[in-house]
Write a protein that binds this ligand. Structure first.
Ligand SMILES: C[S@@+](CC[C@H](N)C(=O)[O-])C[C@H]1O[C@@H](n2cnc3c(N)ncnc32)[C@H](O)[C@@H]1O
Length: 273
């Protein structure tokens, strides 16, 4: 906790209309240190003066807060458990029930890596299970910039480094060093802008009614103060169908464990809701 953060929070709101009050103090402090270094300020206090005086510096600071880093198949254990246990079991359950499709929500999808990774796993099951139910992935993020990137589905070699060569050959087309996601992976994904703090809806309006079998809410909870994490968790939990699962990031497992949630397999970051 740094004494500068409450003062700065009030100041940015008053002078520039920028609301940083939801962010965790330690997260804000790290962003302030980064901003001070990048702007060659001698101290956080000096950086505070810069933020006060220059709107452009404040906008840049906001970008430091909005971390949009993601990876394909991020967290190997999570995706192995999904591939080997969770997805087969959800698909069997759907086959036996009334509903005809598997419904997934990636609630902070960044540039689409999470959603395309899931589509890969589901498409790869199809040849061995021709009667498998269809699936739909609703992939949302608060940032329209990342949603535009997700829709383009174009990645550098570095961005697909977690994807095996076999999968790269199967699911991407290479054009001058850029790897473009194949149409089959896009077909069942709907990308849209959705802020998890939106008071209008508990789930992406495109999904019509929520009721998801699997929700990814990974690598964003730790940015926010406890009460705001709770708002997000309540929202995503309420959108999960009975017997469904919630997936978080490796670093956020503790938040869920402290909330009396039980992991399906230790360290998997997958929770039954
Ligand atoms: C670090 S990325 C994580 C992406 C992906 N879930 C993963 O685990 O790789 C965090 C994402 O959360 C999004 N985000 C942050 N706050 C959000 C909110 N209130 N509603 C929706 N998306 C949010 C950011 O725009 C960013 O794209």
């Amino acid at each position: 906790m740094n004494d500068t953060t409450p003062y700065l929070s009030e100041l940015l709101l008053r002078l520039h209309g920028i609301d940083i009050s939801k962010y965790e103090d330690s997260f804000l402090h790290n962003a302030l240190l980064k901003g001070a270094t990048e702007s060659r300020c001698a101290s956080v206090e000096e950086y505070g003066v810069l933020l006060k005086e220059r709107r452009s510096a404040a906008d840049l600071f906001l970008q430091y807060l909005n971390i949009q880093y993601s990876e394909f198949l991020r967290n190997t254990l999570t995706f192995s458990v999904l591939e080997g246990i969770i997805l087969p079991s959800l698909l069997s359950k759907i086959k036996a029930g009334k509903r005809k499709e598997l419904r997934i929500w990636c609630a902070a999808c960044a540039a689409g890596q999470e959603a395309y990774s899931l589509a890969m796993l589901l498409e790869e099951r199809r040849p061995g299970d021709p009667d498998a139910p269809s699936y739909r992935i609703f992939a949302t993020d608060q940032s329209d910039t990342v949603i535009e990137e997700a829709l383009l589905g174009r990645y550098s070699a570095g961005e697909i480094q977690n994807v095996s060569m076999k999968r790269v050959a199967a699911w991407f087309t290479e054009q001058g060093g850029v790897y473009i996601v194949r149409e089959e992976l896009r077909a069942n994904i709907q990308f849209s802008v959705f802020d998890l703090f939106s008071e209008q809806s508990r789930f992406p309006p495109e999904s019509i009614y929520g009721d998801f079998d699997l929700v990814f809410c990974a690598n964003l909870l730790y940015y926010y103060k406890r009460e705001y994490r709770q708002v997000i968790l309540d929202k995503v939990r309420s959108a999960i169908a009975r017997g469904g699962y919630l997936v978080t990031g490796e670093t956020e497992r503790e938040i869920l464990l402290q909330n009396a949630h039980v992991e399906v397999i230790p360290q998997s970051a997958i929770f039954r809701v």
